[in-house]
Ligand binder design. Structure first.
Ligand code: PEP
Ligand code: MN
Length: 358
């Protein structure tokens, strides 16, 4: 990781550094953070001479190496000071709330507009709405591109940024073209490196955020973080980790709720963590408990399926969605837990001053 003395390299300096890096068979990846740009050496960068040549340049502050399987996402990475913002919230400073339908019903746009208005009233920061849907059974409704217009119309009416899942390059281009602010990678694609590569490349030089769900077949945390790193290394570090329950299911819950991994993620990575309780537990009555537990464990935000009339919804909404009123109540409790976590003496991950947002 190369850190220049100034906030970024000039084009001539970049050319000089690139030449040196490439002469060692590596290449240089520019990562644009909030306050400074850093440069990652991609490839086998363990050449002492490579380091000393770069460190010898007058405009270079230092070259850091981190022995970690995901050095860009590591808490010791210089990207750790990177901050993400969406819906008026800086992640880590305030609890981010994402909510909306599992699936937008293209035949009934008004339901989505009503939900969107009620969620805005309830204090939600980002509106979610499924346009294209991965399903447990491939013969179930798989979504409809027309729902993208409904999503963007709801965004225009409420002023809320929006999140939707993309499953292939066509969805990706359509979503970015329409102005979707946060792309969701679903659990079935959490390890689809081809999709992650397309996303990573497509969001370079954009403000787009990615909500990366934990693959339900993903056991080790390092695999989850490495998937986030793969998106980041193309140049946009706005990747949020989203636990959502893993397989096999816990009898009674749709999946095996995994909010307890949040402190473990926080120890390893600076990336924000937003919990999806809805798919973890799979029943609206259990959603609040999962949200509160996630915040107690240190979540930076929640992504909750919510619907003005869950029974009239499609996809997961009849079972999982909470009403905007229930959401407002649970968010109030979640904020109280968030505030407790800020109190002096609260445990914090290594390197994080106790009593600050984690
Ligand atoms: C969803 O968010 O509606 C969804 C399908 O999520 P997951 O990929 O976590 O199952
Ligand atoms: Mn869903």
């Amino acid at each position: 990781m190369i850190l220049p003395k100034a906030s970024r390299l000039t084009p001539e300096q970049l050319r000089e550094v690139t030449e040196i890096v490439e002469s060692f068979g590596c290449h240089l990846q520019t990562i644009v953070g909030t306050t400074r740009t850093i440069y990652a050496i991609v490839g086998d960068e363990r050449h002492e001479l490579l380091f000393s040549r770069i460190e010898g340049l007058a405009y270079i502050d230092r070259v850091d190496t981190i022995q970690s399987p995901h050095k860009l996402m590591d808490r010791r990475s210089d990207l750790a000071t990177h901050r993400m913002r969406i819906g008026g919230v800086e992640l880590g400073r305030e609890l981010l709330v994402i909510a909306g339908h599992c699936t937008i019903d293209p035949k009934n746009p008004n339901l989505f507009y009503e939900t969107a208005a009620a969620l805005k009233e309830a204090g939600v920061h980002v509106l979610r709405g499924g346009v294209w849907k991965p399903r447990t059974n491939p013969y179930s409704f798989q979504g409809d591109s027309r729902s993208l217009d409904i999503l963007m119309e709801a965004s225009a009416r409420t002023g809320l940024p929006v999140n939707t899942e993309v499953m292939d390059e066509m969805h990706l281009q359509a979503a970015l073209g329409a102005g979707v602010d946060m792309l969701q990678v679903g659990t079935r694609n959490g390890l689809n490196y081809s999709l992650l590569r397309h996303i990573g490349k497509a969001i370079v030089a954009r403000k787009t955020l990615v909500l990366l769900k934990r693959s339900r077949h993903m056991a080790p945390l390092d695999e989850f973080i490495a998937a986030a790193e793969y998106i980041t290394h193309f140049g946009n570090p706005n990747v949020i980790l989203c636990p959502r329950g893993t397989m096999p299911a816990l009898d009674g819950y749709r999946n095996h709720p995994d909010e307890s991994i949040i402190p473990l993620l926080k120890e390893k990575t600076w990336a924000p963590v937003v919990m999806d309780p809805s798919h973890a537990v799979g029943r609206s009555i259990y959603v609040e408990g999962c949200c509160l537990a996630a915040v107690a464990y240190g979540a930076d935000g929640l992504c909750v399926e919510a619907h003005i009339k869950p029974a009239a919804g499609i996809g997961d909404d009849p079972k999982q969605a909470v009403t905007p009123e229930a959401l407002a109540r649970l968010v109030e409790k979640a904020r109280a837990i968030w505030a407790l976590r800020q109190s002096p003496g609260s445990p914090a991950p290594a390197g994080e001053p106790a009593g600050t947002a984690v």
